[in-house]
Design a protein around this ligand. Structure first.
Ligand code: HPA
Ligand code: ZN
Length: 326
């Protein structure tokens, strides 16, 4: 059996996935037509051609533009349904999915619209043998902490459907400590915590996410390699890092996949997982990320098994559920 066939056949997790980043050009165009939204693209090919990024911000600009076609409950249902169908087909059995409430509430679309849409698709997947899903409410870090606090307050009627809070959007200049109070409040509500750190921002942001926000996991975290003391800390405490290889190359964190340090990270004993981030923008879902590692980094069978196992270890599943998969 080839290594890719083995990876495809094994049950896997997805721990770093922005649902808005799974909006495929076909659905985007269909929803733009449905709601009469004007986009700077007229065909699916033009959408795909526009996805050339030179930084995180250049991607975020198109990501927020794309999300502007999501208007009613059915749109959010379709978005989640399509993602879960695709991930199910790739052997993903458990997903922890980020959504950005502020991307929608800023446009006047509330929790009462997107949460029922997401939850209907999640329930349906469960009935049909699809992946289990936990939701992560992500704050937009380019906005103020006060706005994040409001976003958490607005989520109160839905907290039983939300497992964790996260922190995403423009990293540089928006350090984790800006959100210390809202993360503390989230903790008081019993929510777990993750944060993007050390993607474009410096290793010091990873320290801040750990020490100030007390996160359970770091999203990306690849720039930890610039700080040996931090690497030692991450290894010692086995803090999970949700690494997204195709994303890192697409957003120019590394020039080429051949330069991606994922294998070095594993060799150092870091608790690395592989994830898709924004699959429709970055050229692939989970299996395409593994394919890139196999092709460009000559990932070994042993490393692939470690990565897949780490995904379950790093998940927010209850210990007995983890044990089932491990
Ligand atoms: N980084 C930061 N913010 C994001 C990302 C990302 O990779 N995807 C969606 N929002
Ligand atoms: Zn991300």
């Amino acid at each position: 059996m080839s290594l890719m066939s083995l990876i495809a056949a094994l049950p896997k997790t997805e721990l770093h996935l922005h649902i808005e980043g799974s909006l495929e050009p076909e659905l985007m165009m269909a929803l733009a037509t449905k709601h009469n939204v004007s986009l700077p693209y007229t065909t699916v090919e033009e959408v795909a051609a526009a996805y050339q990024f030179d930084s995180l911000q250049s991607f975020l600009d198109l990501y927020y533009l794309g999300a502007s076609v999501l208007r009613d409950e059915e749109d959010f249902y379709c978005l989640m349904r399509d993602y879960l169908q695709r991930s199910h087909a790739q052997g993903v059995v458990h997903c922890e999915i980020m959504f950005d409430p502020q991307t929608h509430t800023e446009r006047g679309i509330g929790y009462d619209v997107f949460m029922p849409g997401f939850c209907r698709a999640i329930e349906e997947a469960k009935q049909n043998g699809g992946p289990s899903v936990l939701l992560i409410l992500s704050f937009l870090r380019h906005l103020t902490e006060q706005e994040a606090i409001q976003t958490l307050q607005d989520a109160k009627p839905y907290l039983d459907r939300i497992t964790a809070v996260g922190l995403d959007s423009s990293e540089k200049g928006n350090p984790p400590e800006k959100f210390a109070r809202v993360f503390e409040q989230a903790g008081q509500h019993g929510l777990l915590k993750v944060a993007h750190a050390g993607e474009e921002g410096p290793a010091s942001y990873i320290w801040s996410a750990l020490n100030t926000l007390q996160v359970d996991r770091i999203d990306h975290g690849v720039r930890c390699l610039e700080d040996p003391e931090l690497v030692e800390h991450l290894v010692q405490h086995q803090i999970p890092l949700t690494v997204c290889p195709l994303s890192n190359v697409k957003l120019c964190v590394y020039e080429k996949m051949e330069q991606h340090p994922l294998r070095d990270m594993l060799a150092k004993g870091l608790n690395v997982t592989v994830n898709a981030d924004d699959p429709s923008y970055f050229g692939g879902y989970l299996l395409e990320n593994y394919q890139a590692l196999v092709t460009s980094l000559a990932l070994t069978r042993e490393e692939a098994l470690t990565l897949i196992r780490n995904g379950f270890r790093a998940s927010f599943l209850a210990p007995e559920q983890k044990q089932y998969w491990l």
